[in-house]
Design a protein around this ligand. Structure first.
Ligand SMILES: *Cc1c(COP(=O)(O)O)cnc(C)c1O
Length: 401
């Protein structure tokens, strides 16, 4: 058997270096726990960037995978399959919407929402073809395709990857007035994360999203909520938009929709928008395949049956209360909602990475986001006892020299 070190060396030698992982090789997992090759156990407080809301290898989701694998896994959209219709119906109902367009990864779902909004602008608003504008926010993260990084404001994400896709306008995050000012006759949509995850768990001021929703309604533009990371219970509500009683026109979902096993994403919205697509105009070989649809259905079922949204709210409040009590010389701010929590460190703390490395040694996996924020986002199935266990380690790390 190979050691962790040998595996890491092979990965570094033959795999492109587009990530900077912590030096741990995960070999097994279950619930909130993972185990490395040498048998050391860790509590997972990253949850694959919130793709593991249900925990690792949830038994009901694995059972759905197994059952579907024994029937049919791939049909392409050239034919129908039994799972896609019920998946779309159940997801549409969950979102209070009429229609679903299934994809695989988050970035593809964002691209799909952009295409849907542009088409809606041309067909329904009479905007001159190829003039549509979409408004986005500074610090956004919506994925890695060329079009999506075209409206990123993060130099690393774009510097060497232009030329970019036109048609996007950037405004400051958290400033509804800037949105009102940026709208023109060519604007079709406002694309926003209700909480900016990758930017460092930025929670906008109360009332921001509701104000944006009002502006979108008044100016007849689509509100497109990227809830890929914040959705499906992560922030203590089914969707983070619900903290302000906002229903966006389009939901963009991914990550946890795949139940922690498989990429499943979707755009969910009114028939007046998604119904505009005609055969041949958009698609994906794997999007909506029967295995993905069966997994998506199981992910929704488990979320509701196990009341994971309520758990996230309760455990998140407990986590926040506990971490708030830690008296650390390094902490500048603790923020978040539900089980999406960011600890911002002071500049002189020496960067979040060394804290993540220390926590790893002590059996807790988390990751820095940007330079100075540690993100804690455990699976929503975490218990109070497990939070207590983690908190002992977090306290030690935050008090180190
Ligand atoms: C992860 C993420 C994406 C991209 O999803 P991928 O599956 O990695 O393409 C888009 N938006 C947000 C808010 C995300 O957190």
């Amino acid at each position: 058997m190979k050691t962790s070190q040998e595996i890491i060396e092979t990965t570094e030698r033959y795999g492109a270096h587009n990530y900077h992982p912590l030096p741990v090789v995960i070999a097994r997992a279950g619930g909130v726990w993972v185990e490395d090759i040498e048998g050391k156990r860790y509590v997972d407080m990253l949850s694959s960037y919130s793709a593991l809301n249900h925990g690792h290898r949830h038994p009901a989701i694995l059972a759905a995978v197994q059952a579907q694998m024994e029937r049919v896994t791939l049909t392409s959209r050239a034919f129908h399959n039994e799972e896609l219709g019920p998946f779309c119906e159940e997801l549409a109902r969950l979102c209070g919407k009429e229609m679903v367009l299934p994809m695989n990864t988050g970035a593809e779902a964002v691209e799909t929402a952009i295409k849907a909004a542009r088409k809606w602008g041309y067909l329904k608003k009479g905007i001159k073809r190829h003039k549509a504008e979409i408004i986005c926010c500074e610090g956004n993260f919506h994925g890695r395709t060329v079009t999506v990084v075209s409206f990123s404001t993060e130099p690393d994400y774009r510097e060497d990857f232009g030329p970019f896709t036109p048609g996007f306008k950037i405004i400051p995050y958290g400033d509804a007035k800037a949105l009102a000012k940026a709208v023109t006759k060519n604007t079709v949509a406002f694309l926003v994360e209700p909480i900016q995850g990758e930017a460092g768990i930025n929670v906008p001021r109360k009332g921001y999203l509701a104000a944006c929703a009002r502006i979108c309604r008044e100016r007849d533009i689509l509100l497109m909520a990227d809830e890929i990371q914040t959705g499906l219970g992560r922030t203590g509500k089914l969707f983070a938009c619900l903290h302000e009683d906002v229903t966006p026109d389009l939901y963009i979902l991914g990550k946890a929709l795949g139940g922690g096993v498989y990429p499943v994403s979707a755009v969910i919205g009114p028939a007046g928008v998604l119904g505009l697509f005609r055969p041949g105009e958009h698609g994906s070989t794997f999007g909506g395949n029967p295995l993905a649809a069966a997994i998506g259905r199981a992910a929704i079922r488990v979320l509701l049956d196990e009341r994971l949204v309520e758990r996230s709210d309760e455990m998140g409040a407990y986590f926040m209360e506990r971490i708030g009590r830690i008296d650390s010389p390094h902490v500048k701010d603790v923020r978040g909602r539900g089980l999406l929590i960011g600890v911002e460190l002071k500049k002189k703390a020496g960067g979040a990475r060394r804290f993540a490395e220390r926590l790893m040694q002590d059996g807790l996996l988390c990751k820095e986001t940007h330079e100075h924020v540690i993100r804690f986002a455990p699976p929503l199935v975490i218990t109070k006892e497990e939070i207590d266990w983690a908190m002992e380690r977090i306290e030690k790390a935050l008090k180190m020299k």
